[in-house]
Design a protein around this ligand. Structure first.
Ligand code: ARG
Length: 459
């Protein structure tokens, strides 16, 4: 049997494998709610401008509601022969309500329909993701507040550099997420433009009112160019690039959590419920959640490259290639939401081991820069101070002691400007407290940034 939607000009029915190969219903089913919303708005618009009678509109609206209930009850019979979500719903509508169902597609094409569906769907997902980013940020701020004064070594080159506060470290993550949130909301502006009315590619001969449909669907405005409207998928690429950056950040956080739970660092404990064991090694407790998040970032980077490649050679306007936009986009959203959920659930329960952090900060001469700054305050040029402290560190390396563990006489052998007040400077608390300016690691500053962060997440 020939295709009911477009079989007219065909002399034989579609090859069974080709029907399966070209169908998207297997994966675009999940657009059903947004497809129905688009159809309701389209029908209302057709009625408003006098193309669709009120009885037809009413029959269509009732039929669409019934279809929604059917789908939600798991009772909808999806047909490969009907290719995609759009034709499955339209055919079922006509089964249910008869001739009015056949009028729904007036002045519309699947090309503008699918672009509209994806944008509506993605807009909802963006809002959901935004909410999840905020939830994770809220968890980070709570831990940062608890740990505003907890000291650990800060690293550069993964070598101990200077002492920092754990709250400060967590707020660095917060800032990355804040940029991700901003990028997401900026991307939303370009997602929220309505293709509907572009029809196949050139617009339609009916006197449609696109502003009205846009208003019904909550779009900012209709797309200004019909060719662009049906063929643009850069909104999806932009979203995926935002997602890729977000997952790159989550992957970095993951890496740190993994390092910190190892026996070599031993800075934090993750609750057992977020970890798994080994089938052979009885002692193991593995940080699977951050490991998996780190791994999943790769999928999203891959989807970004896939979507860019999908679009790069397409002539205007719609091409069937575009059907390949959905699986990477869906998987990107699923991956992002899964990773954010796991992190959002886990983050508030990360437990620190302040004694271990402190001990680590006492190794590696983390206050050496403080001593150099001290000598500068006593009048030495910075380069000379650097040299003096380097010599003191060499003694520390030889004798296995931190600078703060040397006697005053030992320190004075490197520079006679050193006095007893040096020990305040060499202490971990003194070191962090001294970095007391905007953006610095001092607990005072961390507390100011926490207040600021709380304001950001509450808006
Ligand atoms: N399933 C199609 C897609 O996802 C819908 C649009 C089909 N349009 C067409 N002219 N074949 O892109």
């Amino acid at each position: 049997s020939k295709n009911q939607a477009w079989g007219g000009r065909f002399t034989e029915s579609t090859d069974a494998f080709v029907a399966e190969f070209t169908a998207s219903i297997q994966f675009d089913q999940r657009l059903y709610r947004h497809d129905l919303a688009g159809s309701r708005a389209h029908a209302r618009m057709l009625n408003k401008v006098g193309i669709l009678s009120t009885p037809d509109l009413e029959a269509i609206l009732v039929g669409l509601d019934q279809i929604e209930a059917e789908i939600e009850a798991g009772a909808f019979d999806w047909q490969i022969a009907l290719e995609d979500i759009h034709m499955n719903i339209e055919a079922r509508l006509t089964d249910r309500i008869g001739i009015a169902g056949k009028r729904l597609h007036t002045g519309r094409s699947r090309n503008d329909q699918v672009a509209t569906d994806i944008r509506l769907w993605l807009r909802d997902q963006i809002d959901h993701i935004g909410h999840e980013i905020r939830r994770l940020q809220t968890g980070l701020v709570a831990v940062a507040e608890r740990e505003a004064e907890t000291i650990l070594p800060g690293f550069t080159h993964l070598q101990v550099a200077q002492p920092i506060t754990f709250g400060h470290h967590l707020l660095a993550w917060f800032e990355m997420l804040e940029r991700d949130y901003e990028r997401l909301m900026d991307c939303r502006k370009r997602v929220n433009i309505m293709p509907l009315g572009a029809a196949a590619l050139a617009g339609t001969t009916y006197p449609i009112d696109r502003n009205y449909s846009a208003e019904l669907l909550g779009f900012e405005r209709p797309a200004r160019n019909s060719l662009d409207a049906v063929s643009d998928r850069d909104f999806a690429i932009e979203f995926t690039s935002v997602a890729a950056l977000l997952l790159m950040h989550l992957s970095r956080f993951s890496e740190e959590l993994i390092l910190w739970t190892s026996a070599q660092f031993d800075f934090i404990r993750l609750p057992d419920r977020f970890c798994t064991g080994s089938s052979i090694m009885p002692q193991k407790k593995n940080p699977d959640v951050p490991e998996l998040v780190r791994g999943k970032s790769g999928r999203v980077f891959g989807h970004l490259m896939g979507l860019l490649t999908l679009m790069k050679s397409q002539p205007l306007a719609y091409n069937k290639d575009n059907q390949e936009d959905k699986e990477p986009l869906f998987d990107t959203v699923d991956t992002v939401l899964g990773c954010l959920r796991a992190f959002g659930d886990m983050m508030p329960y990360v437990q620190t081991k302040p004694e271990k952090m402190r001990r680590a900060a006492m190794q590696g001469f983390s206050t050496a820069t403080d001593l150099a700054d001290y000598l500068v305050r006593k009048g030495l040029p910075f380069r000379d101070a650097h040299e003096v402290v380097g010599n003191a560190v060499a003694l520390g390396v030889q004798t296995g002691r931190d600078l703060s563990e040397m006697t005053l006489a030992e320190l004075q052998s490197f520079s006679d400007t050193i006095e007893h007040d040096v020990f305040e400077v060499l202490s971990l608390e003194g070191s962090v407290a001294a970095r007391d300016h905007l953006g610095g690691t001092a607990p005072n500053q961390v507390k100011l940034q926490i207040a600021n962060a709380k304001k950001l997440v509450s808006t």
